[in-house]
Design a protein. Structure first.
Length: 270
């Protein structure tokens, strides 16, 4: 039970959706830095190629790209078909791709709901469903060996504290989608657990990304003052949580939502 094996993800095959930028890039880097083979997918093919080249150069793991527009079902299907050509199994699926839409309540549109719920919630189910045969193929133990200590495949869903708390921001579809994602992750934990695949979610607080850049530019000191640790998230915080869940150390964690926010949710002032 030493640290070199307990937290190892060496040689694991990992798919990170939205893995070229923001939190997804942080997660991708964490896996590559610890010897995993990471596939990055998003609709921005150039960003995927650039991130994969940079991460592979850093090593010791490698990064590869399979671009896909997750709004299109055919792209999701093609992504998994291509992955099946390259790999016999998938050890870890990180559902990270997401979008946000902020608009005043009285003008909040149907288009916002359609866009945000499709990517943040519907496609998480779609991609997980399509990847399930690859995840089952990579899982060790379970099934005929039920009750044994093995190494399940993992599904890690990147949620948000806005799916736990009632946010003051006018991002109605985003908050609803992340709350739904957390619950979907629990439901999947029950169904997929029987196939030797765990499902957990990470409720992220504020991390620097293109999605949060404008907010941080205006409100970073105010936001940090509301966080008990008085800082926003660092790459190691979210990457480390994913590495824990994907390693032997996290093999018995199933159906959990882990809040990674520096205490923002419990730091509210009366």
């Amino acid at each position: 039970m030493d640290i070199s094996t307990l937290f190892s993800v060496k040689d694991k095959v990992v798919l990170v959706t939205g893995g070229a930028k923001g939190v997804g890039r942080m997660i991708s880097e964490g896996f590559v830095a610890n010897g995993a083979k990471v596939y990055i997918s998003s609709r921005d093919a150039k960003a995927c190629e650039s991130a994969a080249a940079e991460l592979t150069a850093m090593g010791p793991g490698t990064a590869h790209t399979i671009p896909a527009d997750f709004y299109k079902l055919t792209d999701c299907q093609n992504l998994v078909a291509e992955l099946k050509k390259r790999e016999t199994g998938l050890h870890v699926l990180v559902n990270n791709s997401g979008s946000i839409w902020s608009e005043p309540y009285d003008r909040y549109s149907d288009a916002a709901w359609a866009k945000v719920l499709t990517l943040n919630l519907h496609r998480v189910f779609t991609i997980t469903q399509l990847c399930t045969p690859l995840l089952e193929a990579a899982a060790v133990g379970g099934g005929a060996e039920r009750g044994t200590i093995g190494d399940p495949a993992r599904v890690i869903n990147i949620g948000s504290v806005d799916g736990i708390r009632a946010s003051a921001s006018e991002t109605f579809a985003y908050s609803a989608s992340k709350a739904g994602l957390h619950h979907l992750s629990e439901v999947l934990a029950n169904h997929l657990g029987k196939r030797n695949i765990t499902s957990n979610s990470i409720a992220c607080g504020l991390f620097r990304s293109s999605m949060t850049a404008a907010t941080l530019e205006k409100l970073k000191p105010v936001i940090e003052s509301a966080i008990p640790l008085h800082r926003i998230g660092a790459p190691q915080d979210v990457a480390g949580t994913c590495l824990f869940l994907a390693s032997r150390a996290g093999a018995y964690v199933n159906g959990a939502t882990i809040t990674v926010d520096g205490g923002l949710v419990i730091g509210g002032k009366l």
